[in-house]
Design a protein. Sequence first.
Length: 243
Amino acid sequence: MSASLLSPDELEAALRAIGAERYHNRHPFHRALHDGKLTKGQVQAWALNRYYYQARIPAKDATLLARLPTAELRREWRRRIEDHDGNEPGTGGIARWLRLTDGLGLNREYVESLDGLLPGTRFAVDAYVHFVGEKTILEAIASSLTELFSPTIISERVAGMLRNYDFITEETLAYFTPRLTQAPRDSDFALAYVKEHARTPEQQQAVLNALKFKCGVLWSMLDVLDYAYVTPGNIPPGAFRPS
């Protein structure tokens, strides 16, 4: 990238280009997941490992919330925590994800214990939480911009899994329905914030790097799943083993 300052629209175009190249809908494991090429055990492994990401999202958002300087920004970001944690037991995105793992036949206590988690999943998700807690507010907000691309992957995933797996139902995938409206709402806010506040070439480069980092986190999560459960199928000690 040159040292020249991009216009807000040019910055948005650069961010969208990163998503087009690096978003994890291009990963072979994702393609296999929604094309019906995985076994039930491999789908279970995906859902179990993805649970850790879902469960840590509110902690990630809370670290940012504590640093936001205005009530307006805090109110906006607080909605993300409420979306995932819910406002009472049994509500919110984490609870809906557990209903997904229930529907796949996984023991809920086992999922929540994280005993079967791949080490690589833990490292990738924890790296994201640390990134948001340690980087600037601008970079932390920019790292959430993978949500710009999530409606596409959700639509592909839901349609493909319902079409290709007889053990998947609409109720099993109920987690994704609210995300079709939540993710665009959240990404619209984050994109507007980034376009307004990335005012120097250095800040713009930091924003682009933040999105690249987040895409790398999501890609890495699928890399470790593919290595452990597809090719070569090297499941590390202690990790979930499909029956």
